[in-house]
Design a binder for this molecule. Structure first.
Ligand code: IPD
Ligand code: CA
Ligand code: CA
Length: 272
């Protein structure tokens, strides 16, 4: 029997509807008050009731709309089935930027991507406070609010505004801080906004020139990584490796080599 493969556009339409409802739930729960429900990898790696409620809502919505698909979510993991008969797997960060969410800072998002046979083909990142929404399909470009996105054409590392982030583990953060301390004299400036998916989307439209971070999980980078790549950024790891937990580097083609080489010299993918 031949499997009916949904198009990236069909998957994006589902992703967008589900992410909008999820963002509305997170926004409403924020207005009602938010508290730490538990901690995860370290005492500062928090989860709120909203992280869990949003993930459950998305799981239920996808189970209705796409019952044969797999879902990987940050809070509840891979669930069942782990490999989908349909070939489609959804990758969800219910709230990216949870610390911002906890503190009432308007920089947090729902991130939802669809993979077909292991390749991300559609993704949406929706800022749950501002309503800004970035979307992309493989080969179909990156978009925000009807505008096609193109990354920065900056070529001078000394002029580049570079976003980054830090993990929750203290030893990892210390290494990341050393890398930033060595990088900052060579760039225009550094930004640390606190939501990896949004960092990638900001790079997609040149609101920062580039972004890098060690230690991202699949749900941090799936949707935003596609948005960035479709906007023309090179999204990779160091030394020819794919983007992944060791490093995600998203840089415009003209800036890529200079930033890549500097990060490789600083061992940005190393440390704990
Ligand atoms: C975190 C944010 C942060 C990044 C961390 C992520 P969370 O995700 O994206 O900006 O620096 O690496 O873990 O915990 O808010 O979903
Ligand atoms: Ca995240
Ligand atoms: Ca999260």
């Amino acid at each position: 029997m031949t499997r009916y493969a949904p198009t990236p556009e069909e998957l994006l339409e589902i992703a967008t509807g589900v992410a909008r409802d999820a963002a509305a739930t997170a926004y409403r729960m924020r207005a009602e008050g938010v508290a730490v429900a538990a901690t995860k990898s370290t005492v500062t790696d928090v989860v709120t009731a909203a992280d869990r409620a949003v993930e459950r809502q998305v799981l239920e919505a996808l189970a209705k709309l796409r019952p044969d698909d797999a879902v990987l979510g940050e809070e509840y993991g891979a669930g069942e089935p782990t490999a989908a008969a349909s070939g489609v797997r959804w990758v969800l960060d219910p709230i990216d930027g949870t610390v911002n969410y906890l503190y009432g800072l308007p920089h947090c998002a729902v991130s939802l991507a669809a993979e077909v046979d292991g390749e991300v083909v559609a993704g949406v990142v929706r800022n749950l406070v501002t309503g800004e929404e970035w979307t992309a399909t493989a080969g179909g470009g990156a978009w925000r609010d009807g505008q096609r996105l193109r990354c920065s054409d900056e070529s001078d590392l000394g002029q580049a505004l570079v976003a980054t982030g830090f993990g929750y583990d203290a030893a990892r953060r210390a290494h990341q801080a050393r890398v930033v301390a060595e990088l900052i004299p060579h760039v225009r400036d550094i930004r640390r906004f606190g939501a990896a998916a949004l960092d990638l989307c900001l790079a997609a439209e040149g609101r920062v020139d580039a972004y890098y971070e060690k230690g991202l999980a699949a749900w941090d980078q799936a949707a935003g990584g596609l948005v960035a790549a479709e906007a023309g950024l090179r999204v990779t790891g160091l030394r020819g490796r794919p983007a992944g937990p060791d490093l995600v580097l998203a840089a415009p083609p003209a800036l890529f080599q200079a930033l890549h080489d500097r990060l490789a010299d600083l061992d940005a993918s190393g440390g704990p």
